[in-house]
Design a binder for this molecule. Structure first.
Ligand SMILES: CC(=O)N[C@H]1[C@@H](OP(=O)(O)OP(=O)(O)OC[C@H]2O[C@@H](n3ccc(=O)[nH]c3=O)[C@H](O)[C@@H]2O)O[C@H](CO)[C@@H](O)[C@@H]1O[C@H](C)C(=O)N[C@@H](C)C(=O)N[C@H](CCC(=O)O)C(=O)O
Length: 494
């Protein structure tokens, strides 16, 4: 591709070199630069791409895009921009010929519910044979095949490549989770969204966003990028603020909820431990909905998905069938083991709010105790103890016994994280034990469970690894539970 084509609509200052050259591709990691490629130097959290420019040139880069003032000796083209992450998004979109213009793009943001909503929408779209790809925490799904992502919302270059791959297999709809990081770090810049969905906002990722206002503003950016519909939860405090903000935007506002007045809303909700039923009310009529995942959270998540399907002109009968056809979502209130004695549920709940909602969903149905296995992950740059204490309090309040363990301690001391959680549990007189090794903690919970108990293993959900120190260790909770139960049965028999 000609460099002039690649940099179309990019604002830059040419520091040196020729613009009428051919470039073979783009890289933001010097180790991945191809011969005659463009290297975009981006300052990072741990390192700085500007320190790897020489390596990129040695790898064969013929063009370098920078945002810092640097003098580069080699005889190559150097362009300076104000924000190299944003510049990467611009040229990545150009490189793949603006793929989002050819897809029906749905972006979902908010602290909780994003993954479930992508799956609910896909299930409805699949029911009416709309070819649909997903991007999110569980990975990227194209043609029903899942590939792992490094991030919930990948870097712009990877993202645009994914869109392009979707188009190659004639995918028409792309349903994606849009993390607040991706908005703040311009990973989704120059994506054309048809629909934006806002779920809710509770404290999370405050290591990057500093405070809730900044976190809210990051999420709200998505709704400045949508063309057709803004779908917002009317029962969330921040949702209501967003409604006020987007009221006069070009995209049509559609609200959903249970408590407050909304366009799409649920009434007559019936909960059981296996499913939830409710009456769906829309401007086009009402219909019974069965969601195969229990709890209030999934009433909200299904309503958001339904609002999206509704805006896409899908008939209420098809919406009803599409929601019912989704049997489970990996790591989302997933019953990984059940017999007449007890149930084991794996759930991704990893915030105070998420944990509280999952525990209160279980509470009315737990004939025995709720035994909770959980920890708190170490977020990059996180220093505060707020989240650990808050989750400890929730554990003490809503579970009968907490096995406090490691989540992803990363390079922080897992004992210290656990100690801070335990302090909060003790203040509430909660029954607990601390077991640093997560597998041992699960084994302990299974060992002490009696008839009718429910074990909730919270925090990691669909994840298949645990990050301890710098190491990523395979950790699949479904497999671990199965193995522990098998071994304990074999021991009982012998
Ligand atoms: C803290 C954070 O967000 N980090 C993201 C960031 O990496 P970084 O800034 O740490 O990269 P770095 O290692 O400092 O390197 C800086 C630059 O030098 C370059 N480099 C580095 C070494 C080298 O030899 N050559 C070279 O060119 C790197 O390619 C990079 O461009 O930029 C990378 C590329 O976009 C991201 O993959 C990475 O996400 C990490 C993996 C991460 O954990 N991010 C989390 C916090 C995140 O983004 N989460 C959200 C939300 C999740 C949720 O909602 O639950 C998500 O969307 O995933």
């Amino acid at each position: 591709m000609l460099l002039t084509t690649l940099i179309k609509d990019l604002e830059f200052v040419k520091l040196k070199g020729d613009l009428s050259i051919d470039v073979s591709g783009i890289a933001y990691d010097s180790r991945e630069v191809a011969n005659n490629g463009v290297f975009v130097a981006m300052p990072g959290f741990k390192m700085d791409g500007h320190d790897f420019i020489q390596q990129a040139i040695d790898m064969g880069a013929n063009t370098i895009i920078i945002e810092k003032d640097l003098y580069i000796e080699d005889n190559i083209t150097v362009l300076k921009v104000t924000d190299s992450r944003k510049a990467l998004a611009r040229i990545a979109s150009n490189f793949y010929n603006k793929p989002t213009e050819k897809l029906n793009m749905v972006g979902i943001t908010g602290t909780n519910g994003k993954t479930s909503i992508t799956y609910f929408i896909k299930s409805i779209f699949d029911h009416v044979n709309k070819s649909t790809g997903l991007i999110g925490t569980i990975g990227t799904m194209i043609d029903n095949k899942i590939m792992q992502n490094k991030n919930t919302t990948p870097e712009s270059l990877n993202l645009q490549a994914i869109f392009n791959n979707m188009l190659k297999v004639n995918t028409e709809n792309c349903i994606m989770e849009v993390s607040s990081h991706s908005l703040s770090l311009n990973r989704v810049a120059y994506c054309e969204f048809n629909t934006g969905i806002f779920t809710n906002l509770t404290p999370d990722h405050l290591e990057l966003h500093k405070n809730m206002e900044e976190y809210f503003n990051a999420k709200a950016e998505l709704f400045e990028m949508t063309r057709d519909y803004n779908i917002i939860n009317a029962d969330d405090e921040y949702g209501r603020r967003l409604i006020e903000r987007v009221k006069n935007y070009d995209a049509k506002l559609v609200t959903y909820g249970i408590e407050n007045e909304a366009d799409i809303y649920a009434t007559d909700i019936f909960y059981s431990v296996e499913f939830t039923k409710y009456t769906l009310n829309t401007p086009k009529g009402s219909i019974e909905i069965t969601v195969n995942i229990p709890g209030i959270i999934y009433v909200y998540n299904s309503l958001a998905a339904i609002a999206c399907a509704y805006c896409n002109g899908i008939d209420l009968n098809d919406i009803q069938k599409g929601i019912k056809e989704l049997k489970s979502i990996k790591g989302r209130f997933e019953v990984v083991y059940t017999d007449q004695d007890y149930k084991i549920i794996v759930d991704f709940a990893h915030t105070e709010d998420g944990l509280e909602k999952t525990l209160t969903t279980i509470k009315p149905f737990a004939k025995g105790r709720i035994i909770l296995v959980f920890g708190v992950y170490a977020a990059p740059g996180e220093k505060g103890r707020g989240k650990r204490r808050a989750m400890g309090k929730v554990a003490a309040k809503y579970s009968d016994f907490a096995v406090v363990t490691s989540d992803n301690p990363k390079e922080q001391d897992p004992n210290l994280i656990i100690q801070e959680i335990v302090e909060a549990i003790k203040e509430e007189n909660g029954k607990h034990i601390a077991i640093v090794d997560r597998k041992e903690a699960i084994k302990y919970a299974i060992g002490i469970s009696n008839k009718d108990d429910i074990i909730l293993i919270a925090g990691k959900g669909h994840e298949t690894s645990q990050v301890i120190g710098k190491e990523e260790i395979p950790f699949n909770e479904t497999e671990i539970v199965t193995e522990i139960i098998k071994t304990s049965r074999e021991m009982k028999i012998s």
